[in-house]
Ligand binder design. Sequence first.
Ligand code: COA
Length: 260
Amino acid sequence: MPYENLLTDTAKGIQTITINRPDKLNALNRKTIEELHNALSAAEKEDAVRVIIITGSGQKAFVAGADIAEFANFNVEQGRALSAEGQKLLFDFVQNLSKPAIAAINGFALGGGLELALSCHVRVASDNAKMGLPEVSLGVIPGYGGTQRLAQIVGKGKALEMIMTADMITAEDAHNWGLVNHVTTQESLLAKCVELANKMLTRSPSAIAAAIRSVNANYKDGVNGFEKEITEFGKSFATADFKEGTTAFLEKRKPNFTGK
Ligand code: COA
């Protein structure tokens, strides 16, 4: 499907979605958020896609934030709707995908850009990347889940420091803080993401989906993550993937998972 602000490419089970507004440092306007939702919905349904990599076009930015020009004149109701709709269409949607989403952070990941990376299941950054939540320098707060997910990933103290100073941190600091899983050169960024994706492609898709649901349960109000894990663990015994995985192990061969 052609998109105005995205490029998509699917090869060998991996779909790469490139946010493509380089003249605006890939800032997330409404159209781009809708297109990302549509592309991710399609990837979720498409059997040929088993892992998703999200990156930004050009050498400079992953995503430099929500599009400031678009919301500069919003009132309270519009601001609230911007946050609520964005969280539903994109940020919660990515977190709850049944397939792994890897953020390939190729430059600035600021505001909504960092929030998008935080919504992905794994983050890999190039060594030129800079990350931050600069919203308080604009008189707002992060509205796409940043106050929640950043604290979950790096802890409350570091999250509040980043949010209250509005400072950008380097890829190296982000790695030391546990904000990104790996740091690579810019040239090796996508190759590292593909390497991780290729490993995931050899594993059971149904078990990966259950693992995502189970890990996410810890972050949902009123849901007991341990109970969720027990339920998901039990349900996996009914899958063809479980039968195949255990049979292949006992037969000393590689499994051929179907995701069923
Ligand atoms: N929203 C809308 N447009 C943005 C944008 C954003 N979040 N971030 C960058 N742009 C646009 C700039 O307005 C500029 O457009 P123009 O050429 O039409 O004037 C273009 O992208 C290039 O950005 P520029 O600021 O000239 O690049 P730079 O190298 O001097 O600075 C940044 C790079 C990332 C430091 C700077 O663009 C910036 O601070 N962006 C905003 C980051 C932010 O606050 N994000 C959170 C939003 S809630």
